[in-house]
Design a protein around this ligand. Structure first.
Ligand code: AMP
Length: 227
């Protein structure tokens, strides 16, 4: 671990379309820098599985590949950010996705004297995203990510990381829903690239190459942002 001690914990944002590798890279950053990954997609899927009011409201919207209402997502994020482990610093994966969410985040952070360390935009090509998403699945125990073509477990049917033998595919990882999710990204989330550019915290990352190379470049960006 090379990160120097900071007085205020780091707040990193990973921006990018579905399938860009935000989740994979966020997990790598957790291990490398001791930060906590906050994925609003994961939090919403947990709310759907638990049948909470927020989960009930979000379910159909998520299945259609559209964005869940700002109010619901902001409330979920605010509660999660208030948990003690977030004091170590966080990587926001999939949040904010609209300008309203970005402004709410600025407000939340200003209340606790924090600010955004970097908003990292993962640059990829749309055409590749459908292939990447359609083949992906995760270990149902530890969440390690796999892909039918690009990354299969070393021992067939067993997670490389924890040895578990059950895997899950997300209900919204299918070609039709991916098209809606990409459209939602371009219409509502891509404008955040200029939002963070204007705030002086934007960093671009070419996310088209292999995972290790991208991870190496990302580590350098994060190291700089945390110092
Ligand atoms: P993800 O796991 O980030 O791909 O998110 C899966 C789905 O959850 C998205 O397609 C949206 O329906 C919903 N979702 C996740 N994060 C947000 C957010 N910040 N704002 C609105 N909807 C979200």
């Amino acid at each position: 671990m090379e990160a120097a001690a900071t007085i205020t914990p780091a707040v990193l944002i990973l921006l990018g379309p579905p399938g860009a590798g935000k989740g994979t890279q966020a997990r790598m950053l957790e291990d490398e820098f001791g930060l906590v990954q906050l994925s609003t997609g994961d939090l919403l899927r947990a709310a759907v599985a638990a049948g909470t009011e927020a989960g009930k409201a979000a379910k159909a919207v998520m299945e259609a590949g559209e964005l869940v209402g700002d109010e619901i997502v902001i409330a979920i994020l605010r509660d999660r950010l208030a948990e003690p482990d977030c004091a170590k610093g966080v990587i926001l994966d999939g949040f904010p996705r609209t300008t309203v969410q970005a402004q709410a985040l600025d407000q939340l952070l200003s209340e606790t004297g924090q600010k955004i360390s970097a908003a990292i935009s993962l640059e990829v090509d749309d055409a590749e995203m459908v292939t990447r998403i359609s083949g992906r699945y995760t270990c149902s125990m530890c969440g390690e990510g796999y892909h039918d073509t690009f990354k299969v477990p070393v021992a067939e049917g067993k997670c490389d990381k924890c040895g578990h033998a059950e895997f899950t595919r997300r209900a919204d990882d299918n070609a039709e829903t991916v098209a809606s999710r990409l459209a939602a990204y371009h219409e509502q989330t891509a404008p955040l690239i200029s939002y963070y550019q204007d705030h002086g915290v934007l960093k671009g990352l070419n996310a088209r190459g292999n995972i290790e190379e991208i991870a190496g470049n990302l580590k350098r960006i994060v190291s700089d942002a945390m110092n």
